[in-house]
Write a protein that binds this ligand. Structure first.
Ligand SMILES: Cc1cc2nc3c(=O)[nH]c(=O)nc-3n(C[C@H](O)[C@H](O)[C@H](O)COP(=O)(O)O)c2cc1C
Length: 210
């Protein structure tokens, strides 16, 4: 049975990213995969510490992250799996720092500074990236999304992206400084479009491993 690891990259454990991730994992499970979810913000870890143990020629740590913290078992879990689904919010046009630190720890052990593009992972892993964001279209972030896809493809394996836009950020817009948003539009979009986004996430997860 194939295994898919889901990673929630939002600090909120049941909001947009988490709901989309759960739907994608539900889809993957319907397609026959065994699925697991990890929440990055529940873990205590850092980004890459530049120890280079993953590059040490002839060492058992070659191609593996040696930093022993809460992320290590998650990385090990991912490298034993067939698929990875990372669901992350956009923060300031990019990944949240916690997600970026996760990416550094996942990507760097695979990178071998080779001249021919050889990587340490065997690239059996298929990756699905879900990004949720406030803006109405992901074209604002097309360069970031392309770079992210490129890095995952180079270091980890074939990668697809699902964007979910115009998300609801708070339950009650009247309680928070948010003059730039039309609360009625946000609520309506959430009620009418987000359920369809969750369906897209389900299909995305279902199709991930082909
Ligand atoms: C610190 C911070 C920065 C954000 N920056 C952006 C941004 O640059 N562009 C955007 O479209 N949304 C931005 N957002 C909104 C979130 O990406 C969006 O609401 C997302 O769906 C939140 O996911 P969640 O509900 O799972 O936490 C930001 C939110 C926070 C908290």
């Amino acid at each position: 049975m194939s295994r898919i690891i889901g990673i929630n990259g939002s600090p909120r454990i049941n909001w947009n990213c988490a709901q989309a991730l759960d739907k994608a994992l539900e889809g993957a499970a319907a397609a026959g995969a065994e699925v697991f979810r990890h929440d990055l913000y529940r873990l205590s870890y850092t980004g890459c510490r530049s120890c280079f143990a993953c590059k040490r020629i002839g060492s058992p740590s070659f191609g593996k992250c040696s930093v022993q913290d809460d992320l290590k078992p998650v990385l090990d879990d991912i490298l034993r799996a067939d698929g990875l689904i990372l669901s992350s919010p956009i923060y300031f046009g990019s990944d949240p720092g916690v997600v970026r630190s996760f990416c550094e720890r996942l990507w760097f052990p695979s990178h071998t500074y080779s001249t021919d593009g050889t990587v340490a992972y065997d690239r059996h892993l298929t990756v699905g990236l879900i990004y949720t964001m406030n803006v109405p279209t992901d074209t604002y972030y097309s360069r970031f999304l392309e770079t992210e896809k490129g890095m995952f493809e180079e270091m980890v394996g074939p990668t697809q992206i699902l964007s979910i836009t115009d998300t609801l950020q708070f339950e009650d817009y009247s309680k928070y400084a948010s003059a730039a948003f039309d609360p009625d539009h946000k609520r309506q979009h959430h009620d009418q479009v987000f359920s369809n986004d969750l369906e897209r996430a389900y299909e995305f997860g279902k199709a991930l491993l082909g």
